[in-house]
Design a protein around this ligand. Structure first.
Ligand code: ATP
Ligand code: MG
Ligand code: MG
Ligand code: MG
Length: 439
């Protein structure tokens, strides 16, 4: 992409309404624009990040054996009356009446709708286990939308639902989700710690939230500092291997890590004092096992192979896809701007031409551009007639992992400058060597 043809409405002023750094940087770097309170347009640059995050979520869910699908955002209230949540959900639910005076709503989550799909088609244990998920817009009329996309009213969420014959099978599904989530967040360059949590309006006893530690997080968290040494890494995982998945769950949840809702000061006090941590975190996902909470009232039953009709055991599993954009920036920025982790960066490398219109510089930039494209990478070429300082400031603000600077002096010596955004370190290399380093 050439910056001269792109839409990157960078703001010079720091927007006064933004209280936290990720919100400020998302506005300043032209990722989003507020449409109304808690509702945002995703501009081309922000949309690219959102899509990359979504893609990682898809890949890891499919790897775990879960089936992608898509349900509507507008749902009939009738299903929600069956589960009892139409009244229970309260003011967070956006209720809509259509022209025939039918009660509709904008989905805040989708347990009812997926259970309705299940009961219409599945009647036998032979069709289990089954896990389906979607990545779809949700709406919750949050009392205090704030921090940009972190607490929006409209937000993009992955929600997955497992259907199993027994509690044991459903807990395996729970463990699969835990493992796939660990992989998902690590691919985004994030450490998200599973913490024992409260189930809220979804219901159920077994639940973990995934939290990214950050001062601006809305949750208070208590944990044993040893937990921050754990990494999933690139270990091989067989999602059908129950013992292996259970082993990962135990490894990542055996140390104390809880949100304020489930915090137990007595247990916490037993951790050696130097390892006790009280901090703040951003909830980027949550997994639930809730058994037959929806299958029973909604009649999602299967034949268990022994002549009984039994309600299926279920769980649901969410990832805050749009919130993650903010969470990643909270975890990865400096005073000049965003520092994208390689896994989610919207462009792999920025090319800065210090002398636009100079035949040698223009030619070298075009050559680099083509070389990156040939390697399957997406460069962003700043080909504007701008001062070097302005070009550098823009590149630092938008946070691409690598910058290549092309100027007449360097080219005279056969080199360009390659700069790493994270460390700030620069080196002079031939254009070919610079491409090879980035690729
Ligand atoms: P919170 O405690 O922040 O209100 P939640 O527990 O109500 O979130 P869940 O029902 O667990 O949310 O939804 C799954 C995920 O969706 C959350 O872990 C979070 O990452 C994301 N999410 C929830 N509410 C919002 C929101 N208002 N804006 C952006 N993302 C959200
Ligand atoms: Mg909430
Ligand atoms: Mg929560
Ligand atoms: Mg939650």
């Amino acid at each position: 992409m050439r910056l001269s043809r792109y839409f990157l409405p960078v703001l010079k002023e720091t927007p006064s309404e933004a209280q936290i750094v990720s919100h400020r940087l998302m506005l300043r770097a032209g990722l989003i624009k507020q449409a109304s309170a808690g509702i945002y347009s995703w501009l081309p640059f922000g949309y690219k990040v959102l899509r990359r995050i979504e893609q990682i979520v898809h890949e890891e869910q499919i790897r775990a054996g879960h089936l992608p699908m898509l349900m509507p955002t507008i749902q009939s209230a009738d299903l929600w009356r069956e589960s009892g949540r139409y009244d229970a959900y309260g003011a967070e639910m956006l209720r809509i009446t259509d022209r025939h005076d039918r009660d509709m709503l904008f989905t805040p989550t989708a347990e009812e709708l997926i259970t309705d799909i299940f009961r219409a088609h599945v009647t036998s244990y032979k069709d289990l286990p089954l896990t389906m998920y979607q990545i779809q817009w949700k709406f919750r009329d949050e009392i205090r939308p704030r921090f940009g996309v972190m607490r929006g009213r409209e937000f993009y969420m992955k929600d997955g639902y497992n259907f199993d014959l027994t509690k044991e099978d459903a807990l395996h599904a729970y463990n699969r989700h835990l493992v796939s989530y660990l992989r998902t967040y690590e691919r985004m360059g994030l450490q998200a710690i599973p913490m024992r949590a409260d189930s809220g309006p979804i219901g159920g006893d077994d639940t973990h939230e995934f939290l990214v530690l950050a001062e601006t997080g809305e949750s208070e968290v208590f944990y044993d500092s040893e937990i921050t040494d754990l990494r999933f890494g690139d270990r091989e995982i067989d999602y059908d291997d129950r013992a292996q998945c259970q082993g990962v769950l135990e490894e990542f949840t055996s140390r104390y890590a809880r949100t304020d809702e489930t915090h137990d000061p007595e247990l916490f006090a037993k951790i050696p004092a130097e390892r006790q941590r009280v901090a703040r975190g951003i909830e980027v996902g949550q997994i639930f096992y809730f058994g037959t909470k929806y299958s029973e009232p909604m009649g999602a039953m299967v034949d268990d192979g022994k002549g009984n009709r039994v309600p299926v055991h279920m769980g649901s599993h969410g990832i805050g896809v749009s919130r993650l954009v903010g969470a990643i920036i909270e975890a990865s920025h400096d005073d000049k701007g965003i520092v994208w982790p390689e896994g989610v960066t919207p462009f792999h490398v920025g090319i800065v031409n210090l002398k636009q219109g100079d035949a040698a510089c223009d030619g070298a930039c075009e050559g680099l551009y083509k070389a990156f494209v040939a390697k399957g990478l997406e460069p962003l070429y700043d080909d504007r007639e701008e001062r070097a300082g302005a070009k550098f400031a823009t590149m630092d603000l938008i946070g691409l992992p690598w910058r290549i600077t092309v100027g007449p002096r360097g080219l005279g010596a056969g080199v360009v400058e390659l700069t790493c955004r994270r460390t700030g370190a620069s080196e002079e290399l031939s254009p070919e060597a610079a491409v090879a380093r980035v690729a």
